[in-house]
Design a protein around this ligand. Structure first.
Ligand SMILES: Nc1nc2c(c(=O)[nH]1)N[C@H]1C(S)=C(S)[C@@H](COP(=O)(O)O)O[C@H]1N2
Ligand SMILES: [Mo]
Length: 154
């Protein structure tokens, strides 16, 4: 690989604690064959707000974070599905078409408060369930991974 190609395929290296790792079928990496993100890198992605109710909170909440589609484009993801893994070792397979069909958020704050590992943070996959009745289904509830730690693109 030439130096120019190497630069084009590389992301900046995280300086802070790594909150999210993306592995598998991706075109851009920074640590070995993975793309690691600290908070500063995640906050540099386009910010998005989503208002929705959830099955585990009361009323409508305001979530802020970044779109899963923007993250996947940023790392050059090319697969069919993402294996999402949480800090508590919860694992679920999510078809990547979810992120083309819906504005699925990776939330880092709820109602203006940063999410912490105590309250579903630091990252929580949030679907726009109030806007799409088809998302109000147990099949999608499984995919609302809280304490999200990594995505393996397959
Ligand atoms: N990190 C993590 N995320 C998770 C789960 C889990 O056990 N750990 N359970 C999933 C399931 S099965 C559902 S239905 C929803 C809501 O789970 P809860 O009602 O246990 O919060 O979150 C999903 N996300
Ligand atoms: Mo569940």
């Amino acid at each position: 690989m030439t130096t120019l190609q190497a630069i084009a395929d590389t992301l900046p290296v995280p300086e802070g604690k790594v909150l999210l790792s993306v592995s598998g079928k991706i075109g851009k990496t920074n640590v070995d064959s993975e793309a690691h993100f600290d908070r500063t890198m995640l906050e540099a992605l386009p910010r998005q707000t989503l208002h929705t109710s959830t099955v585990v909170t009361d009323g409508v909440n305001r979530f802020e974070g970044f779109l899963m589609s923007d993250l996947l484009a940023h790392v050059g993801a090319q697969g069919e599905r993402a294996e999402a893994r949480a800090l508590n070792d919860y694992v679920v397979d999510i078809p990547l078409e979810d992120f083309r069909d819906f504005e699925v958020l990776v939330a880092d704050s709820m109602d203006g408060e940063r999410l912490t590992p105590r309250d579903k943070g630091p990252l929580w996959i949030v679907y726009p369930r109030d806007d799409h009745s088809e998302l109000q289904d147990i099949r999608y509830d499984y995919r609302w991974v809280w304490q999200l730690e990594s995505l393996d693109i397959r």
